[in-house]
Structures are given as C-alpha cells and as structure tokens.
Design a protein around this ligand. Structure first.
Ligand SMILES: O=C(O)CCC(=O)C(=O)O
Length: 279
C-alpha cells in the first residue's frame, strides 16, 4: 500500500496517533447488520453446548466467512495504518468466542520480566476484537478499558507510572475507565498493553455474547518469535503438579504456514502483503 492509500485509510477515529494516545481505536461497521446476523448464526452453530466457548484456529479458518473478516481490505488497510507497516504480520491466533467474560488484565504475553521488549519504541502489536452485539452499559457485549494504560506500568516493568489513584486502578474505577462504545459489527483494535476487561453484565440481555478475535503485529523477527514462543509456553498449564494442555494454544503452536492454512487464505494474505507467522 502506498503512503497515499494509507493516509486515505486513516480517519480521525482510526489513526496511529489516536491509538498511541488512547490505546485503542474503533473501526466502525466492518460487518453490516445482515453480516452480523450471519456471523452470529455461524458462531451459534460452532459453539454449541455450555463447554464450547472458543473456536480452534483450524475450525475458524475453515469457515470462509469468519476467516475472511481477518483479511478484509478495510481491516488490513487499518492495520497497516496503525502499525505503520505495509507488510504486517498476522499470527494464527484467530478465534470466535461465546459468552467469554474476562476480568481486568493486560494480555498475558505482554506482562512480566521477559516481556520488557514490549516497552521498546519500535514494538507494535494489535489485538483485534469484532463484537457481534452492541456494547450496552447494562448488558455488556464488548470491553471496558483504562484509557492510555498501555503507556503505564501495572507490573513494575514499564517506563511510565500510572497517572491515576493507586487504590482505584486495580478496581478499574479510575476516572480513565471507559466502556468502549461499540455497535454490533464494529472492530476494536487495542494495544495489547492496555488494561481491559469484559464490560460487565449488570442486567441479562437475553442473548449470547459473541466476538471474533485476531492479532496483528509489526514485522520484527525477534518480537514475532517471542509472541509465538510465549503461546507455546502458555499452551501447557500446571496446577498442583498436574499439567494439562490448553487445546487452542497447543494447536496454534503446532500450526505451520502455509501447509496448515486453507490455500485461499494463504493466497489472500500474500496478495494483501500480510505475512503469516508460525513457529
Ligand atoms: O471480549 C472480551 O470480553 C474480552 C476480550 C479480552 O479480554 C481479550 O481478548 O484479551
């Protein structure tokens, strides 16, 4: 993509400058109402039963419609603009989730003593969540964030002190807390260092919550390899001396490009100058 096309892809809402300042941006209306209904129906079909909350990457990629969202021209153009990289990296960390609610956190790969590299100026990683329902103040449906917390250190490894009250920050009651105001079909793109949580459900909406998730990054062999290696490390969890695999992460660590990807997806990525990185 030329610099001119990249600039055309940028709007006040979706710009590298806004991402740097707030820690997230919203790409509106990636799916229209009909497509949202289609995606919800697909997710309902795949995520059946109370134990089925997250799709394996292979199952997600096997669905042309869901997988196609990741490579939509508008999505890729926005990612390139936000990363400032015309050949971004896509990780095989693609999934759809049903009724997943997560407490306040910074994404695991970006926390702790081995993750110091995420504070380097050249580092850039984007977590993407496309929500298939409005994010309602009472019923939830998306995420809340602590605005600009990607610039601050919650774990002692960062470069900038949090700028809000210490007692408030862990409770997520900071004045910088905000509900990301998404409508069904909008894509939220956030810096993985951003403190975020599922918007709480205060009142049952009488519907399932669905989201489609994927990760893009700036091309950087060391950082790309570290992200994938951390997924491999996280793919086995040990508690009380008993180790058990986390199937979705274990599969990501096993996938190889291009052979484990649908041909149309691998070709579509290549045509869009998106590099798929596997271990
Ligand atoms: O979708 C949500 O509610 C939370 C997503 C999240 O926290 C994550 O993907 O890291």
């Amino acid at each position: 993509m030329t610099a001119a096309t990249r600039t055309a892809a940028a709007t006040a809402e979706v710009s590298a400058e806004r991402l740097a300042r707030h820690g997230y941006v919203i790409l509106r209306g990636v799916l229209d109402a009909e497509e949202v209904a289609k995606a919800r129906a697909l997710c309902t079909g795949y995520l059946t039963g109370s134990g089925s909350r997250e799709m394996l990457t292979s199952d997600f990629l096997a669905d042309d419609f869901l997988a196609g969202i990741v490579l939509r021209e508008r999505v890729v153009a926005a990612v390139k603009e936000l990363l400032g990289d015309d050949e971004p990296v896509l990780y095989p960390n693609c999934t759809a989730r049903k009724n997943v609610y997560v407490p306040w956190h910074v994404d695991a790969t970006f926390v702790g003593p081995t993750a110091g590299y995420v504070w380097e100026p050249g580092f850039a990683h984007l977590q993407c969540g496309l929500y298939l329902q409005d994010n309602d103040p009472a019923a939830g449906g998306g995420i809340d964030v602590v605005r600009a917390s990607h610039l601050m250190s919650f774990d002692g490894y960062g470069t900038r002190e949090p700028e809000f009250d210490i007692p408030a920050r862990t409770l997520g009651e900071s004045a910088l807390r905000e509900r990301v105001d998404t409508r069904a079909g909008d894509l939220v793109v956030w810096n993985a260092r951003l403190m975020h949580t599922s918007t709480p459900v205060l009142q049952d909406a009488g519907r399932e919550k669905f989201g489609v998730f994927f990760s893009y990054a700036r091309r950087h062999p060391r950082d790309n390899h570290r992200f994938m290696s951390q997924i491999a490390v996280d793919s086995v969890r040990t508690m009380n001396g008993v180790s058990r695999p986390i199937p979705r992460l274990a599969e990501i660590a096993r996938l190889r490009h291009p052979e484990d990807f649908p041909a149309w997806f691998a070709e579509g990525a290549a045509d869009a100058a998106v590099r798929i990185v596997t271990l």
